[in-house]
Design a protein around this ligand. Structure first.
Ligand code: CDP
Ligand code: CDP
Length: 193
């Protein structure tokens, strides 16, 4: 059986960085599930048809990491039929041997509720905004407002809202370097193995 690591949390909390590092460390596959929603939003047109017809080429588009693509993703991600269209792909990905790390919003709660390790990564709003602003070369105050708007939409939607699974371990990276955050995550996984 594949070893599944589910990583969820709000925008720019450090999920992706930790997920990539864990996959590299343990030799697991990694899926940034946010890219599925970003690519679906970027395709335009009917979002349900876009999600159903998603191809690898859609994921290779420029600008999927932009703040605008993040906002568009968050809007289409609230549509239950869009989410349903992406479930099978994510579950199949998770079942790959020897293991997989998936990061997103609903991995521990909906996509892989039986995951061996569930991490819920958080950081203060200000720290997250500063990190994402540095990454995109954007204004921190504007980024703060955008992240808050997106987190609110993601956590208040009816379909698979952003929330920690009951059995998730919460990791606050506000005061942690990337190295320290990754080391804690590795230790947690080692314990579960
Ligand atoms: O995947 P998610 O949106 O949660 O965040 P990320 O892309 O992993 O991290 C957002 C930014 O914060 C990146 O530029 C990371 O290098 C940085 N980061 C950090 O400075 N300290 C951490 N402990 C984790 C991430
Ligand atoms: O990297 P960051 O945390 O800023 O965003 P992302 O993980 O790329 O996700 C972009 C948007 O897609 C989120 O704001 C959610 O609305 C949506 N999403 C989701 O609903 N479920 C997931 N498993 C992953 C992302």
């Amino acid at each position: 059986m594949a070893f599944i690591i589910a990583i969820d949390g709000p925008a720019a909390s450090g999920k992706g960085t930790i997920a990539r590092a864990l996959a590299g460390h343990f030799g697991f596959h990694h899926l940034d599930t946010g890219m599925l929603y970003r690519a679906t939003g970027a395709k335009g047109g009917d979002p349900v048809a876009a999600a159903r017809g998603l191809t690898p080429a859609d994921l290779a588009r420029d600008d999927l990491r932009s703040a605008e693509a993040g906002q568009a993703a968050s809007r289409i991600a609230a549509i239950p039929e869009v989410r349903a269209a992406l479930v099978d792909f994510q579950r199949r990905f998770a079942e790959q041997a020897p293991g997989a790390v998936l990061d997103g919003r609903d991995i521990g709660t909906v996509i892989c509720p039986g995951a061996a390790v569930k991490l819920y990564v958080v950081a203060s709003d200000e720290v997250r905004a500063a990190r994402r602003a540095a990454e995109l070369g954007a204004d921190p105050d504007e980024m703060l407002a955008q992240l808050r708007e997106r987190d609110l939409r993601d956590s208040q939607r009816a379909a698979a809202p952003l929330r920690p699974a009951d059995d998730a371990v919460v990791l606050d990276t506000s005061a942690l370097s990337i190295e320290d955050a990754v080391a804690r995550a590795i230790a947690l996984v080692e314990r579960a193995r």
